[in-house]
Design a protein around this ligand. Structure first.
Ligand SMILES: NC(=O)c1ccc[n+]([C@@H]2O[C@H](COP(=O)([O-])OP(=O)(O)OC[C@H]3O[C@@H](n4cnc5c(N)ncnc54)[C@H](O)[C@@H]3O)[C@@H](O)[C@H]2O)c1
Ligand SMILES: [Zn+2]
Ligand SMILES: [Zn+2]
Length: 383
């Protein structure tokens, strides 16, 4: 089969790999019909994540057709169309029992902090991902869901990560009616967080980024106010001024490890890997939220130390909540929202790239070229 493989920072290519096989009775093999490139993949692509090995296939957002099932699989049959959450989860451990699917205890022997994620390095379990023609799906009775007849494939692929994660960011913010919600980052995750904030009763939604076409998109797609942090003197001061000098009630961090906006932080993390990620946007959230406010962090960071302004968070009495999104938990609600037309996730898709040209997709997404917000990846056999 054709599969994307990692060769080193900034270097990926398509190679021929063996079609994955059933390794456990509850595995399924899924033939991918549509995948996506996530902002998280860029952290891999830029060499930010530990224990990322040459030859690894990325891709944690994918949908497809069940090609083969193991002997104990009960809920799926060959030919079913499925969407697969980016978290691999067992469904029965202490954490899964509490809906903490992203923190499953049984799927990643390599690390105790993070669960299993498709195509996300050996730190996250070493599972090959879905930017390929086929992918092995462990615990096939637990994670995947059949794609309902009324659901478009492109909406389905966005329900495997970007949309649920943005929604989750807004949930973690514990928004109350009338709240001023500031979302840092106008990528797919931030855009869905901004849109979801309205569903949870926000009174104002403000999106912060430095890429104008993305801010323009945020105004149109999420009906948000926007601010380009390079166009104002000090984004924290700006946020205070627009909120009667109190600060936003809720700040959502949807930027993660490679945040721009402070040279020293960016260089020490993205270039020299001295931190688990640049906390620029996270520190802006801590500074721009009001005392007693909530900070929700869905941007991804590496395991190491980051220079987070924890003293300020403590003295301001902030509530900081964070996690990888437990995608499966979001589905019942989000399926309803998509079915009723409240959300149309595929509106953010800007590019549809053949798998064989995936390197171009990474180039566009990484450098934010050609108005790129969300590139989909279409395997060759689909054409
Ligand atoms: N928690 C989860 O489950 C989960 C799931 C998916 C993605 N993520 C993470 O969420 C983050 C966003 O993902 P995405 O797909 O939207 O990525 P993306 O790269 O498309 O978007 C990030 C945006 O942040 C902007 N940005 C950079 N520095 C900024 C700053 N200081 N302030 C405000 N904006 C800034 C960039 O210009 C870009 O538009 C990534 O870190 C990704 O790894 C987490
Ligand atoms: Zn992702
Ligand atoms: Zn589990």
């Amino acid at each position: 089969m054709r599969a994307m493989v990692y060769r080193g920072p900034g270097r990926i290519r398509i190679e021929e790999k063996d079609i994955p096989r059933i390794e456990h009775p509850n595995d399924a093999i899924v033939q991918v019909t549509c995948a996506a490139i996530c902002g998280s993949d860029l952290h891999l692509y830029h060499g930010m994540m530990p224990d990322l090995r040459v030859g690894h296939t990325f891709g944690h957002e994918f949908v497809g057709t069940v090609h083969e099932v193991g002997s104990s699989v009960e809920h799926l049959t060959v030919g079913d169309r499925v969407l697969v959450p980016f978290n691999i989860c067992c469904g029965s451990c202490f954490f899964c029992a509490r809906g903490l699917y992203s923190n499953c205890h049984n799927v990643n022997p390599n690390a105790s902090a993070v669960g299993g994620i498709y195509g996300y390095s050996h730190t996250c379990g070493g599972y090959d991902g879905g930017q390929a023609e086929f992918v092995r799906v462990p615990f096939a009775d637990v994670g995947p869901s059949k794609i309902p007849e009324w659901m478009d494939e492109e909406d389905a692929v966005l329900l495997t990560d970007a949309c649920p994660t943005g929604y989750f960011g807004a949930q973690l913010g514990e928004i109350r009616e009338g709240d001023v919600v500031a979302v840092f980052g106008a990528g797919p995750v931030g855009l869905f967080a901004a849109k979801s904030a309205w569903l949870m009763g926000a009174g104002r939604v403000i999106v912060v980024d430095h890429i104008d076409y993305r801010l323009e998109f945020a105004r149109r797609f999420a009906h948000a106010e926007t601010v380009n942090f390079t166009q104002v003197n000090d984004i924290v001061q700006w946020m205070k001024e627009t909120t009667d000098f109190l600060g936003a009630d809720v700040c959502i961090e949807a930027v993660g490890a490679e945040a721009d906006g402070a040279f020293f932080q960016h260089v020490t993390s993205a270039k020299f890997k001295l931190q688990g990620g640049s906390p620029v946007a996270l520190n802006w959230c801590i500074d721009a939220v009001r005392k007693g406010g909530n900070v929700a962090v869905v941007g991804a960071f590496g395991p190491m130390f980051s220079a987070v302004k924890f003293g300020d968070a403590m003295n301001k009495g902030l509530t900081i909540r964070t996690n990888q999104c437990p995608v499966k938990r979001q589905w019942p609600r989000l399926f309803e929202h998509v079915k009723n037309g409240v959300l149309k996730p595929s509106e953010i898709v800007t590019h549809r790239i053949p798998l064989d040209e995936i390197a171009e997709g990474y180039h566009l997404m990484s450098n934010k070229l050609d108005g790129c917000i969300k590139p989909l990846v279409i395997p060759t056999h689909v054409h």
